[in-house]
Design a protein around this ligand. Structure first.
Ligand code: SF4
Length: 115
């Protein structure tokens, strides 16, 4: 006999809204970071970034493994919402060197919904 109790669907703790990766084609022009500053940041040089005064300042920590060696930009965090996915997509489209790869989100619903 089949159990007639229904089990409510459990929403995953974090939805998949795509994954960013920056390849070694990145030359660090930084245009992408203007479109998705919460997702992309400069890969800090070995001794940190220079601030306006010429001192070394800590930059945003990028995710290990989110960029090729030699790339100047890395991923701070992956998109967590439709809005962040759209920002990531705009950033990828804005890169003149096609250095940003963006996997499509599993959370995307209907074709055309994301524009
Ligand atoms: S990923 Fe592209 S747009 Fe972003 S810093 Fe690198 S070259 Fe510039």
């Amino acid at each position: 006999m089949q159990n007639e109790l229904s089990i409510p669907s459990v929403k995953p703790a974090t939805e998949d809204w795509g994954r960013l990766y920056v390849s070694r084609k990145c030359i660090g022009a930084a245009g992408c970071r203007n479109f998705a500053p919460e997702l992309l940041a400069e890969v800090a040089a070995e001794h940190g970034l220079l601030d306006d005064g010429g001192s070394r300042a800590a930059g945003l920590p990028v995710l290990p493994g989110s960029y090729d060696k030699g790339a100047f930009t890395g991923v701070v965090r992956q998109p967590r919402s439709k809005e962040e996915y759209l920002a990531a997509r705009t950033a990828a489209a804005a890169c003149p060197f096609s250095a940003i790869r963006l996997e499509k989100p599993a959370a995307a619903t209907q074709p055309g919904e994301l524009g």
